[in-house]
Design a protein around this ligand. Structure first.
Ligand code: ADP
Ligand code: MG
Length: 647
C-alpha cells in the first residue's frame, strides 16, 4: 500500500461526547483513522454505534470533543465556524438518507444551492446544475419539485447537489436507506462512478450488499473502530486533482445580498398566506404612521398659513382675564395711535353675536366691529362693493360688509346683495360689500366667511352699546420694529391701567408657539401611528420565530452545504426586511390614496404629505422588519447544524 503525501483525512484519537441529562454518552471513542484521496470507504456497524457522528465530524458539521482531525493537513479540530463552513462548502458533499431537498424549489435549484454560498454566478451555476442533472439521468426532471420525484430520483438530485461545488469528498449517510433495491442499485452505481472518477466517497450503510461497492470497510461498535480492511491503492493522480479542484474557488465570496433577497422572495412567495398576514400588519402600521403624520402636517400647514397671512409685523392686544382685569377701550386705541411711533395701523375691534335677516332668510352670525383698513390688512378680499371709509365710522353709519358664506346663505348663491338691506337685531343696515368666498380657507379664515362686519363706531354705539374693545390689532411699520413697538405699548398700557392688565401677543411669537404645538402634534400623532408599527413588528417577530422553528431542517441543510452563520442571518433578516419594506410601500400608497380622497371631500388640505413623511414611513417599516427580524434570524444562525438536521 503506497501513498504519497499525507492522507486527505486524518483522525487522531477522536472522541465525541454528548451530554444526556446528568450522564455523558460517548458517541465516538478514541478513533484513529487515515483516509486517502480517492478511497471508497463503507462505514458499518449497528444502529447507535457512532456512524453518523463520525460522518458529521469528517464533514465538519460537528466537532470532536477530544482528539485531532486534519483535513488535507489543516487542523479542523481548531477551526472556527466560518472555516468549517468553508470546508463544507468547498470540500464536502453530503448525501442524506432522507434526501433533505428543499420542497419549495425545483430539482435544478436544489442542485444549484451550494454554489450560491460559494458565490458562483447564476449563469454558471445554472449550466453546471443542468449538466450534473443530465449526467445523473435527470435531464427531464430539472423543473420538477421534489414531491414530483421518486425516492431514487430525489436521491440522485441530492447527489447532484453534493457535487455542485466539486466536492473532493462525498459523504453519504445510508443513502439507500429510504429507497427500494432497484433505486438503491442505481444510487450505488452513481457513487461507484464518482469513486471511479477519483472522488473520495465515504458511505454509511448496514447493508452488506451495499458495502460491497466500497473497497474498504470500517466497522464501528459502541463508538470504537473494531475492524478496518485498510487502505487500498487508488487512482492517486486523479484523486489528488479532484481533491485540489475546489481550492481554486476557496476565496470566492459567500452568498451576496442579492442572492439572499432572491431566496427570501422565493420563501415569501412559497408561503403566501403567512406573508400576506405579516404584510397586513406592516401595511396597517405604516399606513397609520404616515396618515397620522400627514394629518398633523395638514393641521400645521393650515394654522401656519392663516398666521402667515396676518403678516409678521402685527401685534394683538387683548384684555387679560382674571382679578386685575381692566377693560380695553377706544381711548386706549387712541392713546396708542397718538403716542407710539412707527405704526402702520391700529385697529380696535369689538365683536358679538347677532341675528341677521336679509333676502328671504335669517341667520345668526358673529359680528365684528372694526375699521376698513383693518379688514384690508387682514387679507380679506372683496367680491363686490367697498370697504368702510372714515366717514362711515365717524357718522356711525348703519352699513355692513358680509362674509362670503353669510351673503350666500342670506341672499342665495348667485345674488349680488350690495345695496340691499339686512336687519341686524331688528335694525336695518345697508350692505356695502361682500367678501370673496375662499373654498380653501381653513380655521379662523373659514369662520370669517360667516362673519358680518360693521364700522367700529357703528358697532360701539348701535350694536353693542359699549366701548370695551375685545382687541386692538396693531401693525408695525417694519418687522424689525415689532419688539420696540411692543415694549412701548406695554409701557403705555401699564401707565394707563397698571402692569399686567393686557396681553400683547406678537405674531412671531404666536407663530413660534404654533410651530411648537405643531411639532408636538406631529410627535404625538406619529407616536400613535408608531404603536401600531411596533405591534406589526411584534407580529413580524412572531411569524419569523415560527418560520425559523418550522424551517430548522432547511437551516441545517443550508449549513451542511456551506452557508456561514452570517449567510443564514442575512437570509432571515432579508426576509423580514423584505416583508416589511413591501408592507411599507403598500401602506404608503394606501395613505397617499386615502389622503387624496380625504382632501377631495374637504375644502382645505386636510392631509399633507411631505417627502420627509414618506421617507420616515418607509424607513420605519424596513427598520421594523430588521429590528424585529433580527432576533429570529440570530436564533436561526446560531443553530447547531447537526441538531438542526435532526429536527
Ligand atoms: P449511528 O449513526 O451509528 O446510528 P449515531 O452516531 O447517530 O449512531 O449515534 C451514536 C450515539 O450517540 C448514540 O448512542 C446516540 O444516541 C448518541 N447521540 C447522537 N447524537 C446525540 C445527541 N445530540 N445527544 C445525545 N446523544 C447523541
Ligand atoms: Mg446514523
Amino acid at each position: 500500500m503506497e501513498h504519497n503525501g499525507p492522507p486527505l483525512i486524518r483522525l487522531e484519537n477522536v472522541g465525541r461526547r454528548y451530554r444526556a441529562g446528568d450522564t455523558e454518552v460517548g458517541a465516538l471513542k478514541d478513533v484513529t483513522l487515515d483516509i486517502h484521496a480517492g478511497e471508497f470507504v463503507a462505514v458499518m456497524g449497528p444502529s447507535g454505534s457512532g456512524k453518523t457522528t463520525l460522518m458529521n465530524i469528517i464533514g465538519c458539521l460537528d466537532q470532536p470533543s477530544d482528539g485531532e482531525y486534519f483535513y488535507s493537513g489543516l487542523p479542523v479540530h481548531a477551526a472556527g465556524s466560518d472555516e468549517r463552513a468553508r470546508l463544507r462548502r468547498e470540500a464536502f458533499g453530503f448525501v442524506f438518507q432522507d434526501y433533505n431537498l428543499l420542497r419549495m424549489v425545483t430539482a435544478q435549484e436544489n442542485v444549484e444551492m451550494p454554489a450560491i454560498y460559494a458565490g458562483i454566478r447564476r449563469r454558471i451555476r445554472w449550466a453546471r446544475a443542468a449538466e450534473l442533472l443530465s449526467t445523473l439521468g435527470l435531464a427531464h426532471r430539472t423543473g420538477h419539485h421534489p414531491n414530483e420525484l421518486s425516492g431514487g430520483e430525489r436521491q440522485r438530485v441530492a447527489i447532484g447537489r453534493a457535487l455542485m461545488n466539486g466536492a473532493a469528498v462525498v459523504l453519504a449517510d445510508e443513502p439507500t436507506g429510504s429507497v427500494d433495491s432497484r433505486n438503491g442499485k442505481e444510487i450505488m452505481a452513481q457513487l461507484a462512478a464518482l469513486s471511479e472518477r477519483g472522488r473520495t466517497v465515504i458511505l454509511v450503510t448496514h447493508d452488506p450488499t451495499v458495502a460491497r461497492y466500497a473497497r474498504r470497510r470500517i466497522e464501528l461498535l459502541d463508538g470504537r473502530v473494531v475492524s478496518d480492511t485498510g487502505t487500498n491503492p487508488g487512482r492517486q493522480a486523479s484523486a489528488v486533482r479532484a481533491a485540489r479542484a475546489p481550492s481554486q474557488r476557496m476565496q470566492a465570496p459567500v452568498a451576496s445580498l442579492a442572492e439572499s433577497a432572491r431566496t427570501a422572495r422565493r420563501t415569501l412567495r412559497g408561503n403566501k398566506s403567512r406573508t400576506a398576514l405579516t404584510l397586513l400588519g406592516i401595511v396597517i402600521g405604516v399606513f397609520s404612521v404616515t396618515a397620522m403624520l400627514g394629518v398633523a402636517q395638514g393641521m400645521r400647514n393650515s394654522i401656519l398659513d392663516s398666521f402667515r397671512l396676518l403678516g409678521g409685523a402685527s401685534l394683538t392686544i387683548s384684555p387679560r382675564f382674571g382679578e386685575n382685569s381692566k377693560p380695553l377701550t377706544l381711548s386706549d386705541a387712541d392713546a396708542i395711535r397718538s403716542q407710539i411711533p412707527n405704526l402702520l395701523s391700529v385697529a380696535p375691534e369689538m365683536s358679538g353675536g347677532g341675528m341677521l335677516v336679509g333676502g328671504e332668510n335669517s341667520e345668526s352670525a358673529r359680528i365684528t366691529a372694526t375699521t376698513g383698513r383693518a379688514l384690508q390688512e387682514r387679507g380679506l378680499i372683496l367680491a363686490e362693493g367697498a370697504f368702510f371709509e372714515e366717514a362711515h365710522t365717524e357718522s356711525y353709519a348703519p352699513v355692513v360688509i358680509l362674509g362670503g358664506l353669510l351673503a350666500g346663505n342670506l341672499f342665495g348663491e348667485h345674488a349680488r346683495p350690495v345695496g340691499e338691506y339686512v336687519l341686524i337685531n331688528g335694525e336695518p343696515y345697508q350692505v356695502i360689500g361682500v367678501f370673496k368666498r375662499n373654498e380653501e380657507a381653513f380655521g379662523a379664515f373659514a369662520f370669517q366667511q360667516r362673519f358680518a362686519y360693521v364700522p367700529l363706531m357703528t358697532g360701539a354705539a348701535r350694536l353693542f352699546g359699549r366701548d370695551n374693545l375685545d382687541s386692538i390689532q396693531i401693525i408695525a411699520a417694519d418687522t424689525d420694529q415689532v419688539e420696540t413697538v411692543q415694549n412701548a405699548i406695554e409701557a403705555l398700557l401699564s401707565r394707563r391701567h397698571g402692569a399686567g392688565a393686557f396681553r400683547i401677543a406678537n405674531q412671531a411669537e404666536i407663530l413660534a408657539a404654533q410651530n411648537d404645538i405643531g411639532r408636538i402634534v406631529s410627535l404625538v400623532f406619529g407616536a400613535i401611528g408608531g404603536i401600531s408599527l411596533v405591534v406589526a413588528g411584534i407580529g413580524v417577530m412572531n411569524i419569523m420565530l415560527a418560520s425559523v422553528a418550522e424551517r430548522t431542517r432547511e437551516i441545517g441543510l443550508r449549513m451542511a452545504i456551506g452557508a456561514r452563520e452570517r449567510d443564514i442571518l442575512m437570509q432571515f433578516v432579508c426576509e423580514a426586511a423584505m416583508v416589511a419594506g413591501l408592507g411599507g410601500a403598500v401602506g404608503l400608497i394606501a395613505a397617499l390614496g386615502l389622503g387624496a380622497l380625504a382632501n377631495s371631500f374637504t375644502p382645505m388640505a386636510f392631509v399633507a404629505f411631505t417627502p420627509w413623511i414618506l421617507l420616515v414611513g418607509l424607513s420605519c417599516a424596513t427598520l421594523t422588519g430588521v429590528i424585529f427580524g433580527f432576533a429570529p434570524a440570530r436564533r436561526a444562525a446560531g443553530m447547531d447544524p447537526v441538531a438542526a438536521l435532526r429536527a
